[in-house]
Design a protein around this ligand. Structure first.
Ligand code: G3P
Length: 214
């Protein structure tokens, strides 16, 4: 299973990468706005800091506009994946990107049938937003289970990238379902590292170590 970090903050990316657990990065317009720097400057810095795929989102709503952005973004660095909203125009752009060998991440997916369409259009990744669906009394992980089943049934190569991850249980369930990727904020990645018994055990070992004659 791959872990991507869901942020545009280069310090967070470096912190997570130094633990050796990061395979890529996802960003979105809100995350880029939060760092208060130019999109291109931040994107190039991220692409140069990580080996794996870096998702950069288009902000046009028409296929033509998305394609102009997709072509420009994909020229910037080899590891850029163009993030496209899951709309009819986005599906058109996805098919063109597939034909032009531009990698895509279909975002804002809230149903398994949307994910089926993304796979048929040739998306490289599908991003089901589990936390936001849970927020609306939906079941985000049930959607991911359905997507994994459907992709398996038909042998689609689109990778399931679980997004809008809010807590470690989302990651655990995604791993058990065989999702290819979970993209997590740094806070969730840090939660995954911790266990109270690890802290308690370490404190005891260090206390006992003081008794050892030096
Ligand atoms: O990058 C997309 C996604 O992970 C957003 O998460 O927490 O804003 O729902 P969130």
């Amino acid at each position: 299973m791959k872990f991507f970090i869901d942020t545009a903050d280069i310090n967070e990316i470096k912190e997570a990468s130094s633990m050796g657990i990061i395979d890529g990065v996802t960003t979105n317009p809100s995350l880029v706005a939060a760092v208060g720097r130019s999109f291109r400057e931040v994107l190039l810095e991220i692409c140069d800091a990580v080996d794996g795929p870096v998702s950069a989102e288009v902000t046009s709503e028409t296929c033509d506009g998305m394609m102009a952005e997709a072509r420009e973004l994909s020229e910037l660095r080899d590891n850029i994946v163009v993030k496209i909203p899951l709309t009819p125009e986005g599906l058109k752009a996805t098919r063109i990107c597939r034909d032009e060998e531009i990698k895509t991440n279909l975002t804002l997916c809230f149903s398994a049938t949307q994910a089926l369409l993304a796979a048929k259009a040739g998306a490289t990744y599908i991003s089901p937003f589990v936390g936001r669906l849970d927020d609306q009394s939906g079941d985000g992980m049930a959607m991911v289970a359905d997507i994994c089943d459907i992709y398996e049934n038909y042998g689609f190569e689109t990778q399931v990238l679980v997004a809008s991850v809010r807590h470690p249980m989302h990651v655990l369930e995604a791993a058990k379902m065989g999702a290819h990727v979970a993209t997590c904020p740094l806070s969730v990645l840090m939660q995954l590292t911790r266990h109270p018994l690890t802290d308690r055990g370490l404190a005891k070992f260090l206390k006992d170590w003081e008794k050892v004659p030096k």
